[in-house]
Ligand binder design. Structure first.
Ligand code: BES
Ligand code: ZN
Length: 630
């Protein structure tokens, strides 16, 4: 293995050598060959042969719900290697040829649940191949929306979600976060639709009569889950010199207003941890069926419209996705077992951006909300539960994402703990160094710990003992040295909630002056058992059902439904029919299903109405709770 790894390194150095063959090529990123970097979620054997560049030439067919065309793959293989293994999930492959058009034999293996099927290509000495294919109409990464499902109501819409392992349903490549690839694309879409992707636009669209061809390029090697596409009736507005927003025309004003601080966020992030390396930072505000809050697709963050609250109070989401431009997109978890390297470090970084822009108080409050999530999970699952480790054991590292906030919140708490132990100046210098030294490369937990020891601890035995690094990463629960959130962050709000628990009297005055974080904290701290009268008073006093903030609406609905509060059912029906964000939809259906004879029929009735409007990610999660409607 070791001999082989150094051979591979040689090969890579050769490929990049100035003046050598590699000079014309784009930069080739190394892979990790250590055992902890082996990705169980891919069929690829990158140490034998791997894809270094993906060239897509695809057409969008909205009537057939199909993306199809060719993918031209550049391959780096060890001498003598004559097979290449790709990931697929339902791809319909018509042919695979070499660059001259000579057919290459290939075999599609058996489907493995949750992983798709391997495509083994006999490449011989070909180092460039052309896959002619079509994605299935059910491709899990893609959601095809009918015009009625969009804000404008006139044009269809398409968007993709690649993380963690969904892109293999529309792109035939090696779909593993440790196998970085450059890519380019030419995408044909019917007029008047506009196509955007997670790479820089290359020139003006080409007019083809009834359709147009859009070109994109990503010349930095990225993990393939970061290739993303959206197409629809899209308008663009500049936010700053290198920032802007895409969305449907009727959403543009509200979106641009909510995103007004985006350029400042990029500037703050650069001050913290070094240059933004991707050129543009644009965002697209998607239709409400987007299954996540946000997705850090390079050069083009994808966002749910449910972050639009009118007052920018939920723009921490943007800070989060932007922070992934360093933690996640620049330095990337080699496997999903280490997704805390992406999400935990990003959650910490997000909080630092918020502090830069809005001050200590907001940052402390958001950190306190995040810390409360850790405590909630530990109370529910137990402090010994394997899912509460940062580095997830194989059984827990199901590459589905989002089952538990631990990798986010405990990951951020780990970073905060180290920061407070060594001081901000030293910590920031170390983190910046981490991003610089591992830029455009995969990382594992072990690599990060080794880097911390080499570049932060520097043999200081007392500091080594104090930090408890291995316990943080490989242990469950919370280590004793955890830096707890500032107790003063929510002092008044917590007092008000305690007061309410005693008196059950709603006081609208303080609520009116609270921030969104404070309101969410108050709702989280209310007694979990409430009667109909109390819920009615609470709703009337605080205007919860009328809130234009979807985080508040969600918190209210969850509380109300958990108490079988019938008057909230029509609002739940409206909310679940409008929003497909899994973080909201899954818990609400779970809460209903937990309410026995009262809630189960409601859940089944609503899901039968709403399921068709959800993305496959949300459908899959809710199917597991409610069951597939007949
Ligand atoms: N990268 C994640 C989304 C993701 C995670 C997709 C795992 C698939 C699998 C994204 O950056 C994210 O964390 N989104 C959060 C928002 C954030 C503010 C916590 C979300 O969608 O809620
Ligand atoms: Zn994230």
């Amino acid at each position: 293995m070791r001999v082989f790894a150094s051979f591979l390194l040689l090969l890579l150095v050769a490929a990049c050598k100035p003046g050598g063959e590699g000079e014309k090529q784009a930069m080739v990123a190394p892979i990790l060959t250590t055992e902890d970097a082996r990705d169980a979620a891919t069929f690829a054997q990158p140490e034998v042969a791997r894809v270094t560049h993906v060239g897509l030439d695809l057409t969008l067919d909205f009537a057939a719900k199909r993306v199809g065309g060719t993918a031209t793959l550049d391959i780096l293989a060890r001498p003598g290697a004559d097979t290449l293994v790709l990931d697929s999930d339902g791809l319909e492959i018509a042919s695979i040829t070499d660059a001259e058009g000579k057919a290459l034999p290939f075999k599609v293996g058996e489907k493995v649940e949750g992983k798709g099927e391997p495509v083994t290509v006999t490449i011989g000495d070909a180092r460039k191949i052309v896959v002619t294919y079509s994605a299935a109409p059910e491709a899990e990464a893609l959601q095809w929306l009918a015009p009625e499902q969009t804000a404008g109501g006139k044009q269809p819409y398409l968007f993709s979600q690649g993380q963690p392992t969904l892109n293999r349903s529309w792109i035939p490549t090696q779909d593993s976060p440790g196998i970085r690839q450059t890519w380019d694309a030419r995408i044909v879409a019917p007029k008047p639709l506009t196509v955007v992707m997670s790479g820089l636009r290359a020139g003006e669209p080409e007019d083809l009569g009834d359709s147009r061809a859009f070109r994109f390029t990503m010349n930095k090697p990225v993990a393939p889950y970061l290739i993303a596409i959206a197409a629809g009736d899209l308008a663009f507005r500049e936010l700053g010199p290198r920032t802007g927003v895409w969305t449907e025309p009727s959403m543009l004003d509200a979106a641009a207003n909510e995103l007004a601080d985006t350029e400042k966020m990029v500037e703050a992030a650069e001050r913290l941890y070094g240059p933004y390396r991707w050129g543009r930072y644009d965002v697209i505000v998607l239709p409400p069926s987007f299954p996540y809050g946000g997705m850090e697709n390079p050069t083009l963050t994808f966002l749910t419209p449910t972050f639009i609250a009118g007052d920018r109070s939920l723009n921490g989401l943007v800070a989060h996705e932007l922070a992934h431009s360093w933690s996640g997109n620049l330095v990337t978890n080699a496997t999903w077992a280490d997704s805390w390297l992406n999400e935990g470090i990003t959650s910490y970084f997000e909080n630092r951006i918020l502090e830069e822009l809005y001050g200590k108080r907001r940052a402390q409050q958001e950190a306190a909300l995040s810390f409360a999530e850790i405590e909630k999970v530990l109370a529910e699952k137990g402090k010994d539960a394997p899912v509460t480790a940062l580095h997830l054991p194989p059984a827990e590292a199901l590459p589905d994402g989002g089952e538990s906030g631990i990798v986010y919140d405990k990951g951020a708490a780990f970073m905060r703990t180290v920061e407070q132990a060594v001081g901000r100046t030293r910590f920031d210098a170390w983190l910046r160094q981490w991003f610089d030294s591992h830029a455009f490369q995969p990382a594992t937990s072990a690599l990060l710990l080794a880097d911390m020891r080499a570049n932060l601890i520097n043999g200081d035995a007392a500091l080594e003992r104090q930090l408890m690094l291995d316990e943080w990463v490989y242990g469950t629960g919370l280590p004793a040295n955890v830096a707890r959130p500032a107790p003063e962050a929510f002092a008044d709000v917590d007092a008000a909630a305690a007061d309410y628990a005693k008196t059950r009297a709603v006081d609208p005055a303080p609520w009116a002056g609270w921030t969104t974080a404070e309101r969410l904290r108050f709702l989280a701290k209310l007694p979990r058992r409430m009667d109909t009268q109390q819920l009615a008073d609470l709703d009337r006093g605080l205007g919860l059902s009328q809130s234009g903030n979807d985080e508040i609406l969600f918190a209210w609905l969850d509380l109300a439904l958990a108490n079988r509060y019938q008057p909230a059912v029509p609002l739940a029906e409206k909310f679940l029919g409008r929003v497909g964000r899994r973080k909201f939809v899954q818990p609400l259906f779970q809460t209903l299903m937990d309410q026995g004879d009262w809630g189960r029929p409601i859940a089944r009735r609503l899901y039968a109405q709403t399921r068709a409007g959800y993305h496959a990610v949300t459908q899959g999660s809710v199917d597991a709770i409610v069951g597939k409607p007949a």
